[in-house]
Design a protein around this ligand. Structure first.
Ligand code: ATP
Ligand code: MG
Length: 626
């Protein structure tokens, strides 16, 4: 009952509830008003309150935990591990902030950070937060064009980049991409700061623009930079969405509401107390990296592990070895990553002492049952699916073991998080659907603290993209869902991923699950393809666990068809099952169904800037004969 009671309070008396939660962080000036909702759906939390994310993540812990590890940055690429205490973090962040000031970066200025998972990326983010600059981290795996798009949207005063990243032992120089992006951008940053790890000896310098971090760091020495106290609703950072459904949106986050959401979720969702260890395998360039590699664990006084490298290097047990070595309590990863590990011997898990590990959280995409089952059996710990979006910034649907551990139901990310007034509604009438019925998952505004304030520089796009779908003012998640009679919500896929076969509406996800239940299937993607007769028909693309002999293919495809019609009926019969080597995904591991569908219908595949492996799309073109 603990969950129900707390949840009800968060919904029925949000101001009282959040006023209490706000005590978990430090306020330089306490808020004058808890919630201002005079201009719906825009809302402002903790109005008039002044605080600072960096102060809450670093300075505040010095009194009690200066010698505790704050950050452990492990790279199995460079073979360097850095163990950084809160005292050291304070020193490095101050130095970085002094360098930013020396480069003329001030409160409100944007700073684009283009770095892999290395300690300086965290120092840079916190240094921006310290002086009130608005950071926008761009995933290091993105190429010049993606970087240029984000530069032109954020218009940064400074771009901070690593000299190079590394992947699978291969050095990937960043500087040429930075130069190309700056050349492509309409408004390139006046200054570029290079943080060198000595990976790329040939970094070309552009005089008057490029600066070297090590040189400036040496000049500032142990400078201290005072914290800039920000009004709770000033922007803290921008983060662009994955771009699965189109041009990425610049999600703008605030200061006070986000700090409070981080403090609360570390306790209630992740059950990770001050002094305990959290390991999120995300990249700092994603929403999970921001919230649960940097701000959440540090605001919570925890130790945060940051990992650069493949999950299989030096062997597929590396993550569990780190869990053992650092006594990780809360681990956070993605279904994609677990599917990679699933291809290897489970003994890579069993050989480690994981007695300190309490939970594995997974998010970012649907968690299929075979993957959940495999990792759950291997770890013998709860595997907790949680659903959120870059926009929400923290879990919207989850189990909250820090409050009350409810039984896990496979396929469901659980219940609405505290403060999230969520409904499943009929897409046409906007009325709430009955339990077990499918509808659109929406959040009734005001959005809780921590969620986006707006789309950067584009309030119109914020209104239109999220609030323009129904008569009533509701935030649309743009995902389909079902809530069962016990209150568990199941995500069925994106609202643009529905197939309408002769008037029957089928979720791509349901068909994918049917296909995936075939023992040979590693992963499946289903899209609707235009059909003269039926409107649409499902088209299936699958990858196999082990390559098939060419004379096996036809039989395998037939078996998978059978699997679909057997579980969903003849109406769901796919037009074709294509067996391929790879599926097109975004750099964050999400399926690009939009592009698959466009190719199947011989249309332009659209914005491919976030595509991970162009080879995958080439193969699709080949099998489709387009
Ligand atoms: P864009 O909005 O730019 O098209 P995106 O939606 O892929 O990109 P993200 O914010 O990274 O960008 O992803 C959020 C989406 O990921 C959710 O809307 C949902 O579709 C999916 N998702 C996240 N977590 C889960 C989960 N636990 N189960 C199912 N789907 C999930
Ligand atoms: Mg989205």
């Amino acid at each position: 009952m603990q969950y129900e009671q707390t949840y009800r309070r968060s919904i029925d008396a949000p101001e009282a509830f959040w006023a209490e939660e706000a005590r978990a962080i430090h306020w330089h000036t306490p808020p004058r008003q808890i919630l201002d909702y005079s201009n719906p759906p825009f809302r402002r939390w903790f109005v008039g309150g002044e605080t600072n994310l960096c102060y809450n993540a670093v300075d505040r812990h010095l009194a009690e935990r200066a010698d505790q590890l704050a950050l452990v940055a492990i790279s199995t690429e460079t073979q360097v591990t850095r163990e950084i205490t809160y005292r050291e973090l304070h020193r490095e962040v101050n130095a970085f902030a002094a360098v930013l000031k020396a480069l003329d970066v001030a409160r409100g200025d944007r700073v684009v950070i283009y770095m892999p998972n290395m300690a300086e990326a965290v120092f840079a983010m916190l240094a921006c937060a310290r002086i009130g600059a608005v950071h926008s981290v761009v995933f290091g795996g993105f190429a010049a064009h993606n970087l240029a798009l984000r530069i032109d949207d954020a218009r940064p005063k400074l771009l901070i980049a690593a000299d190079a990243g590394m992947r699978g032992g291969k050095v990937i120089p960043y500087k040429p991409m930075v130069d190309a992006a700056c050349a492509e951008a309409a408004s390139p940053p006046p200054k570029v700061l290079i943080v060198s790890r000595g990976l790329d000896a040939a970094v070309p310098r552009i005089d008057g623009r490029d600066e070297d971090y090590a040189a400036l760091r040496a000049q500032v020495g142990d400078a201290q930079v005072p914290v800039e106290w920000l009004e709770s609703n000033e922007p803290s950072y921008l983060l662009y969405t994955s771009g699965t459904t189109g041009k990425p949106k610049g999600v703008q986050r605030d200061v006070g509401g986000y700090a409070v959401a981080m403090a609360q979720s570390m306790r209630t969702v992740f059950d990770c107390a001050p002094g305990q260890v959290m390991f999120s395998t995300s990249d700092v360039g994603w929403a999970v990296g921001h919230s649960y590699n940097v701000y959440g664990p540090l605001i919570g006084g925890c130790t945060s592990l940051l990992y650069e490298g493949l999950p299989t290097n030096p062997d597929p047990g590396i993550w569990w070895a780190l869990c053992e070595q650092y006594g990780v309590r809360t681990m956070f990863s993605s279904p994609t990553a677990i599917r990679v590990l699933k291809k290897h011997d489970v003994d890579f898990i069993h050989r480690h002492d994981l007695s300190g590990l309490k939970y594995l959280f997974l998010a970012g995409e649907p968690l299929d049952e075979p993957t959940a089952q495999w990792i759950g059996d291997a770890l013998r710990k709860p595997v907790i699916d949680n659903y959120w979006q870059t926009e929400t910034g923290w879990p919207a649907l989850t189990l909250l073991p820090g409050l009350e551990m409810k039984p896990v139901k496979f396929g469901s990310p659980g219940f609405p998080n505290l403060g999230y007034r969520m409904k499943v509604i009929d897409e046409r009438t906007g009325a709430e659907v009955a339990p077990g019925q499918k509808g659109v998952l929406v959040i009734q505004p005001p959005l809780p603290p921590g969620c986006m304030s707006t789309v950067w520089n584009d309030d119109e796009r914020f209104l239109k993209s999220y609030f323009g779908h129904f008569k009533e003012l509701l935030y649309s998640s743009l995902d389909w869902a079902i809530r069962d009679a016990d209150g568990y919500t199941f995500i069925l896929g994106r609202t643009d991923d529905v197939i309408n076969v002769a008037g029957h509406r089928l979720g791509t996800r349901e068909i994918e699950e049917a296909v995936s239940s075939h023992p040979r299937v590693a992963e499946a993607a289903v899209v609707g393809m235009h059909d003269e007769l039926k409107g649409q028909v499902p088209l299936v693309f699958v990858t196999l666990k082990q390559a098939a002999a060419s004379d096996e293919i036809a039989a395998l495809a037939a078996e998978m068809m059978q699997q679909v019609t057997g579980s969903l009926g003849a109406v769901a019969r796919p037009a074709h099952v294509h067996i391929v080597n790879a599926l097109p995904k975004t750099r964050s591991g999400k399926l690009l169904r939009r592009s698959l569908q466009a190719l199947a219908e011989r249309r332009d595949p659209g914005d491919l800037s976030t595509l991970d492996d162009p080879g995958a799309l080439e193969e699709i073109r080949r099998v489709l004969g387009t």
